[in-house]
Design a protein. Structure first.
Length: 354
């Protein structure tokens, strides 16, 4: 998340897609000409993805991380399996950090202080952001090492929370009357089918752990939003002398919320995906994820455009897949058209989409 955000905020509008493509082509592995793959490949897809994940874990990923040498596993060895020095160079090449710090796009990435356990946001409205801040926000242990920022060491903020929504709402730069639309993107779906095997259980655990607990968090924030709205309505019944008292004025200032629309964009589970999906870097999967992201965002924008306007202080949640039942593990045909597994189509979408 932090890497994609930096690539977007750290490049001008006309270069963002180009830079995103450059990064993901660099860190994905193309062992097969994906345009030639057909339906015959579908039954083998699960094993192919697992094999590609193992290959990346063994030899590293160009431009991202490399495995430490065997002797690094002796006593007093480094505290991670991989070295992320290649990522630093990739970020410096593909991200304009001067533009990121002084441009129009606000960037906030979360990290955890390794020693204190405190959660922090690195925000380009409050400090200069460099490659180390982006790397720290994605330094998930034990695979990736902690990153030093200033005098402190930091790791992936997902250790504490994968949910930046509260921070977004707390730092809004709009006025209380300006409508706000927030897109919350999850690569892992908190909802899923009952596992049938131990490998299914491992995958399901990862989905739950890495998801943003989207609905739980949005429900709590919506309840808080509604409570603040009720407080404003209650204050209207107070006599004028009471409404102008410092205590009531201070309370009302805290309840001045804009109308907010939260759009959930959640990646859906594919029948062939396994517990290795978070470190599987094949070009085939990358192209499919790119195509799925384009389709999901287009559908979400269409859903948003069909909605009526909401009034001041209202909080609305949109999720076009909320009523879609979770797909059963391994029971669907991995070659079915609705799974979007056509490699050639995914490749064409990746190459032509702007």
């Amino acid at each position: 998340g932090a890497i994609n955000a930096a690539l977007i905020a750290g490049n001008r509008c006309e270069r963002r897609v180009e830079r995103l493509r450059a990064f993901w082509e660099r860190v994905s592995v193309a062992l097969l000409p994906s345009a030639t793959l057909g339906a015959w490949f579908a039954p083998m897809r699960r094993w192919w993805d697992d094999g590609m994940a193992m290959l990346g874990a063994w030899q590293g990923i160009e431009g991202f991380f490399r495995p430490r040498p065997p002797w690094a596993w002796w006593p007093r060895a480094p505290v991670s399996v991989y070295d992320t020095a290649p990522l630093r160079e990739t970020l410096r090449e593909l991200v304009d950090f001067d533009l990121l710090d002084n441009g129009p796009v606000r960037l906030s990435v979360g990290a955890v202080d390794v020693e204190s356990g405190n959660f922090i946001y690195f925000d380009n409205r409050q400090q200069a952001i460099g490659a180390e801040h982006i790397m720290a926000s994605g330094a998930l242990p034990p695979g990736l090492p902690p990153v030093r920022v200033g005098e402190r060491w930091y790791r992936d903020g997902g250790i504490v929370s994968n949910t930046p929504l509260a921070h977004v709402l707390a730092t809004l730069e709009t006025g209380p009357d300006a409508p706000v639309t927030i897109f919350q993107v999850d690569l892992f779906n908190a909802r899923g089918a009952l596992p049938q095997t131990i490998l299914d259980a491992a995958e399901r655990e990862k989905d739950i752990r890495f998801s943003s607990r989207t609905r739980m968090v949005s429900d709590r924030l919506r309840e808080r939003h509604q409570l603040r709205r009720r407080l404003r309505e209650l204050a209207a019944w107070l006599p004028q002398t009471k409404r102008t008292s410092p205590a009531v004025r201070s309370l009302l200032a805290e309840t001045a919320d804009p109308p907010i629309t939260l759009v959930h964009v959640i990646h859906r589970h594919k029948p062939y995906e396994t517990q290795t999906k978070d470190y599987e870097f094949s070009r085939l999967s990358m192209c499919e994820h790119w195509a799925a992201g384009v389709a999901d965002m287009a559908a979400s924008l269409q859903l948003l455009q069909r909605q009526p306007a909401i009034g001041p202080g209202e909080f609305r949640v949109l999720d076009r897949q909320a009523d879609t039942p979770p797909r059963a593990y391994r029971r669907a045909d991995p070659g079915a058209p609705d799974d979007r597994t056509n490699a050639a189509g995914a490749r064409r979408t990746f190459e032509t989409e702007r």
